[in-house]
Design a protein around this ligand. Structure first.
Ligand SMILES: Cc1cc2nc3c(=O)[nH]c(=O)nc-3n(C[C@H](O)[C@H](O)[C@H](O)COP(=O)(O)OP(=O)(O)OC[C@H]3O[C@@H](n4cnc5c(N)ncnc54)[C@H](O)[C@@H]3O)c2cc1C
Length: 480
């Protein structure tokens, strides 16, 4: 008889993918272990990602809201920022949540193996612990080893003035001038924090717009607000050279397409490189288990999160875009349930919402207009400008826009994009609408409290339904 393995399930990584997979597997009665190389549980998201960035963004919002008070006749004066205090607040939040996961794991009897794991064979993981290499055998494995910040070649990485998202979150100091390379979500969220804290921020983006994965019309109000606050926003531009000088980091710019003249080189006190993330697929000796990893480091999986090796699953950032915590968590539950014998479970979520927690926030889900046009999908678009929302006006933040895309024939929700304060919360209603197959009439017959920002979704549905009373006819829906 074959020898029994140490664990029914071994999870590699304890991020929002790994810890949820481990706890769900244990909940389903499986003997589970989780290997984690970091000292605390929670992965990128909890330790150096979603949670600390949102704690700092909350502080940033307090500062800019106080500044905006001037438009309402209230002036607070220059804020006194205690960086130590702010850092402690962020660390307290992270500590509390990470401790919470450790408690949950303990209560569910998940064994945490502290150390970096690498496959030794298809049923063995060798973990480098403080006390030497510990070999753990498993019937099933879930790889949730996540991703790390991507790098550009030739930059002076030994220089502490060159930051990545992790060191930027450490908030060592507020630089006078800061260059942020990358106008995606992470770059712009960190720009929001450092701008509010008083840095002169320049954002440089290779593409012709910020947050290129969202529709341009829902990013524009953000662009308009931040171009007034930041020193510069350089689009279609790349940093071709970054030199460490005594006085700072000198960035040489080049036009991305080589056609337009590039701005002159500039020296910055700090530079943050935020050009995306690369999966950790190549760092776990996957070949020893026979698990395929593609050239970019992603691990291909089927619709049950199974790799090419039937007893090994993979979830989260390591399996592909979008690299988001809630996607990892959804996949985690699926993988654990399939291993526990719920073999009918498959990936069937219709959408994964995305949110940039900038100010204003940008949120979108389902089909984007850009995608619809590229794929010749027929749709009807309803756009409600927040300039006529009583709630938005009363908050002095009427730059927002709510856009909902409906199927031309059935009027079912296909996608949505919202820009404005709290867009990240508002998008959830449209996600539910898409998941449940709701149409314009369902949304327009759902009574929304007045005056709320969520009414803008209801008004968009009324536009599509032809029942809107709050807009002039000329502003009604446009179709492809
Ligand atoms: C600054 C920043 C802000 C972000 N904000 C958001 C946000 O607001 N919302 C959102 O949805 N997403 C956000 N993300 C993305 C989010 O953090 C990731 O999508 C998410 O953490 C992925 O989860 P995961 O479980 O796949 O991997 P991770 O969270 O990366 O966890 C993987 C874990 O595996 C461990 N590990 C790796 N290799 C090994 C090994 N060989 N042995 C043992 N352990 C190993 C790592 O130490 C890590 O703890 C943000 C990311 C960053 C960097």
């Amino acid at each position: 008889m074959a020898e029994a393995c140490d664990y029914d399930v071994l999870v590699i990584g304890s991020g929002p993918g790994g810890y949820v997979a481990a706890i769900r597997a244990a909940q389903l009665g499986l003997k589970t272990a989780c290997a984690e190389s970091r000292e605390t549980l929670g992965g990128t998201c909890l330790n150096v990602g979603c949670i600390p960035s949102k704690a700092l963004l909350h502080a940033a919002k307090l500062i800019t809201d106080a500044e905006d008070g001037a438009h309402l006749g209230i002036t607070f004066g220059k804020p006194k920022i205690d960086l130590d205090g702010l850092r402690k607040f962020k660390d307290r939040v992270v500590g509390k949540l990470s401790g919470g996961i450790a408690t949950l794991a303990k209560q569910r009897k998940v064994t945490v193996v502290e150390g970096r794991g690498q496959f030794a064979s298809p049923h063995l993981l060798a973990v480098e612990t403080k006390n030497g290499v510990e070999t753990v055998s498993f019937d099933h494995c879930i790889i949730a080893a996540g991703s790390q910040a991507a790098r550009l070649p030739g930059f002076p990485y030994d220089d502490k003035r060159l930051l990545d998202s992790t060191t930027a979150l450490e908030l060592a100091e507020v630089p006078k001038r800061m260059l942020i390379i990358g106008g995606g979500i992470i770059g712009l969220e960190m720009a929001t924090v450092y701008d509010a804290l008083g840095a002169k921020v320049t954002v440089v983006e290779f593409l012709d717009r910020l947050i290129a994965t969202a529709d341009p019309d829902i990013v524009r109000p953000l662009h308009r607000r931040i171009e007034k606050r930041y020193e510069k926003i350089l689009l279609k531009t790349k940093v071709s050279k970054l030199e460490a000088l005594p006085e700072g980091l000198r960035a040489t710019f080049e036009s991305a397409d080589g056609t337009s003249p590039a701005p002159a080189a500039e020296v910055y006190d700090r530079v943050l490189l935020a050009v995306g993330r690369r999966p950790n697929g190549k760092n776990i000796a996957a070949d020893k288990a026979g698990v395929q990893v593609n050239e970019r480091g992603f691990i291909p999986v089927d619709n049950q999160m199974r790799t090419n090796v039937p007893h090994i699953f993979a979830i989260g950032d390591i399996v592909g875009e979008p690299m988001l915590a809630h996607k990892a968590t959804h996949e985690a539950k699926l993988a654990a349930e399939v291993i526990a014998g719920m073999s009918h479970h498959v990936w069937d979520a219709r959408t994964i919402p995305s949110v940039a927690y900038t100010d204003p926030e940008v949120a979108w889900m389902g089909l984007t207009e850009t995608e619809a046009k590229a794929k010749s999908i027929e749709y009807e678009k309803a756009v409600f400008p927040w300039s006529v929302s009583g709630r938005a006006l009363g908050m002095g933040r009427e730059e927002g826009v709510t856009k909902v895309l409906f199927a031309k024939d059935t009027k079912r929700v296909l996608g949505a994009g919202i820009v404005g304060i709290n867009a990240g919360e508002l998008i959830a209603e449209t996600v539910l609408a898409l998941e449940t197959g709701a149409d314009a009439e369902d949304l327009s017959l759902t009574i929304h409290a007045h005056p709320t920002l969520s009414e803008t979704i209801f008004f968009s549905a009324e536009i599509a339904d032809g029942t809107i009373t709050d807009l002039l006819p000329a502003k009604r829906s446009a179709t492809q």
